[in-house]
Design a binder for this molecule. Sequence first.
Ligand code: ARG
Ligand code: ZN
Length: 851
Amino acid sequence: MTVSPRAIHLSDYLPYTHLVEEVALVFRLAPKATRVAATLRLAPNPARPGRHDLRLDGENLRLLSLRLNGAALECAPDDTGLTIPAAHLPDGPFTVETEVEIDPEGNTALEGLYMSRGMYCTQCEAEGFRKITFYPDRPDVMAPFRVRVEGDLPVLLSNGNPTGQGTGWAEWVDPWPKPAYLFALVAGDLVAHSAPFRTASGREVALNIWVRKGDEDRCAYAMDSLIRSMRWDEEVYGREYDLDVFNIVAVDDFNMGAMENKGLNIFNSKFVLASPETATDDDFARIEAIIAHEYFHNWTGNRITCRDWFQLCLKEGLTVFRDQQFSGDMRSHAVKRIEDVLLLRARQFREDGGPLAHPVRPDSYVEINNFYTATIYEKGAEVIGMLKRLVGDEGYAKALDLYFTRHDGQAATIEDWLTVFQDATGRDLTQFKRWYTEAGTPRVKVWEEWDGATYTLTFEQENPPTPGQPEKGAKVIPIALGLLNPNGDEVLPTTVLELTEGRQSFRFPAATRPVPSILRGFSAPVVLEREVSPEERAFLLAHDTDPFNKWEAGRALAKDLLARMVTDGAAPGPDWLDAIARVTFDETLDPAFRALALRLPGEDDMAATLHAGGVTPDPARIWTERRRMAEALAKRLGPQLPGLIEALAEPGPFTPDARAAGRRSLRIAALNLLTRIDGGRAAQAAYRAANNMTEEVGALVALLEAGAGQEELVAFEARWAKDRNVMDKWFALQIALAHPDRAVGVTEALTRHPDFDWKNPNRFRSVIGALSGNHAGFHHASGAGYRLVADWLLKLDPLNPQTAARMSTAFDTWPRYDADRQGMVQAELARMAATPGLSRDLGEMVGRMRG
Ligand code: ARG
Ligand code: ZN
């Protein structure tokens, strides 16, 4: 990475010069000219002795007036803020009043105060508050807020508790000191789906989910998820809610998933609204997880926040870890773990192995919005999972209790977090800290030896170089191990080995040669390398007692096979086909697990695996061979598929619970295979018969993957044209599943569709993001996929740099491919880099990817 002069470094951290003792804001809303009056009560910060200028951040603000202790002050802002020289400031506390004008309607970046289809809303994390008023916009400045909103709209919301309202105005007080990134305001013609909640200690809380009229019948699942999340946090972490109201608002134009603003969470509407007719089982599961995630931030993020943005994983890694625990408790831990690892490998391992690799706690950035990544979130959660494994459940519980008591009300660091664990458990975490400071996915090689009496496992860890970090030390790697004897009985139940050195051996008494089950539950985010025969993999798939490793054995079998099909034209043999067939029809297993076992390795995953093994991946060939693999499986299972589909039909009305969803997922997986050999008859019938979105989409996907489905696409569009969230699926599916030679053409055609509202991030992602997710289409040898995606990123960037930058990660895998593709990607990156006026967001991403 070329370190730009504008890069910000962790090592430069200094506390803010002043303390903000109170903030009072008055908003007079108008689409093109909203007035924001701010009164800040400030005092010198004893942590920064001496006299200092007062520097307030501010961007795109028209300053109308400025007063210091009530007296007008002439002081011109610059591009990034406003400085009041120390000479003007009194020694003690003082008050600064500003009034500014902003343009919410002209705000296409969706950061700060903006409008989404007639409603006002905000997104302030990470640095959006500076687009609302002049303020020290940094997370370690925490203050109580009072807000008055004036506007000609029926619902006027802000953080905290309501303290008064009348026609055209409302007042809110948030007693909990908070950083500005947690500020929120919403105004609109909204209706609430409401429910009461009583906390463990008896506080009555009014819960409201605010949506547009007509959407109120799609809030029940989100509300149910919220209530279960609140209860769970009380029961599992002892954390209660701390205000009289908890509001959630669904917004159609949103850059991310959702935001944990204190007492006023704002959500991308696709992660709130759900009914059986419009949402798939995956949508229901994601809504449950994201509602929980944002709610859990109330303690891990809001009550205890981050000292600076380098500490982002302090709140995000922990909150993802907590939402994963919650989903596991609500559903199935085994299935949840497999799904989380699939996602970790697809996103985080990919990021960690390419030019965008960065530590869980980075030490520099140009644009912080570029660091809301799979590494900060998902690897951040994995690191906590390892910590919990190393200190045990009791140690973890003690450490978390100490964390909440010691740091409540503070802006903390990763050092604070690790110190809490050291103090609570006595464990030295010096070496463990490398997980936070060093990027890259460790590779762990394993050898085994058995001499008739002792079984020895030898591990070797390698920590590959990443941008800016050529050399790394050995990490602490918890390896959960079990041993089976040759008849399939477990002879060593799960035991955690601690790998702390570059090379280390562990010995076990064994009178017969055992079969090892290594890295159970995916106990560390590493790549395990071990020579294993297909027989041994099939044995583990049949006998392992650890559900993750049981699934992993089947996945490894499939990946080995697909790799051989791609590299030397091997054909799918009975070892894999029979093993998968046994799992598919094993009624003692959870249907959701069986569906996961049937899922073939993804194309991008295969490309990464081939590359790691020294083979240059050919995307078109991976696509063809993966199809051939699915067809072979379809033929092998074929005669039994109709019976399986029949047996899994749910008689009663739709319920979104894990049991019913698991049955549907296996049923749809079976239908998908059957569609490859029956000419599409079963899927066409299933499409017509579907009475819920899961089956409607499942049948449509099966048809599209088989190269059919055109009639169904027409019917789908006719039925759902008015429903944005559903239509996003319609756009995305036909691009993501298009034949590689047609993906670019289909995308281009859909960009001319009248409903391709490209300024809406969800729609943009559904079209342009779907193309970059079509591996063989995006990496088409013509280079047309690269060109089209780059064209659209350049078009979006001036309006919405955050989303453009985020989607540019499509290009981060170029080093894996052949010289032609590398050259074409480099040319697109160079073209983007040379574009005048490129945003800091996209500029940083492109710069890092070029290397
Ligand atoms: N804190 C939010 C969450 O994880 C994400 C907000 C990210 N926003 C951004 N502009 N990068 O729930
Ligand atoms: Zn979060």
